[in-house]
Design a protein around this ligand. Structure first.
Ligand code: NI
Length: 153
């Protein structure tokens, strides 16, 4: 089911999301809905608070394959890169944000197995952006200069 995207101003986007304690049917359904919603919106990532659930779940699009990451944690960061980012919850702007160029992170999959991942470039940026959502942080909070207005899509 495609879910409604919460927009800037909604308090859930400023709330620290709760750890997932049990991967039950409800969590699996939420993950499926998040993938469907991300694809429908042509997004490259989505965090559960963006669809109104304050839980530590993100989905990212990796080379056209969606990955579900539960309780993701970035454990190493290196390098620095400045680039523009958009966000489905902050429509109409692109914001320059500094991110680590390479990260190591761990997360559980839908079977509850903890896996460790290495990422660089766009994937690393997307994961950092989505983990920010779980901590109540938006790109507007990280902007290093004024946002650029873009056409509403
Ligand atoms: Ni976002």
């Amino acid at each position: 089911m495609i879910r409604e995207i919460r927009k800037v101003g909604d308090p859930i986007l400023k709330t620290k999301a709760k750890k997932v304690e049990k991967i039950d049917e409800k969590v699996k359904e939420l993950a499926r809905d998040m993938i469907e919603t991300m694809k429908f919106c042509n997004g490259v990532g989505l965090a559960a608070p963006q669809v109104g659930e304050s839980l530590r779940i993100i989905v990212v699009d990796y080379e056209d394959n969606p990955i579900v990451l539960i309780n993701p944690e970035i454990i190493e960061m290196s390098g620095e890169e400045l680039d523009y980012e958009g966000c489905l919850s902050v429509p109409g702007v692109e914001v320059p944000v500094k991110r680590a160029e390479r990260i190591v992170f761990k997360a559980q999959d839908l079977d509850g197995r903890t896996k460790k991942y290495r990422a660089k470039g766009l994937l690393a940026r997307v994961v950092q952006h989505e983990v920010d959502h779980l901590d109540g942080m938006l790109i507007l909070d990280r902007a290093v200069e004024e946002p650029l207005k873009t056409e509403e899509k």
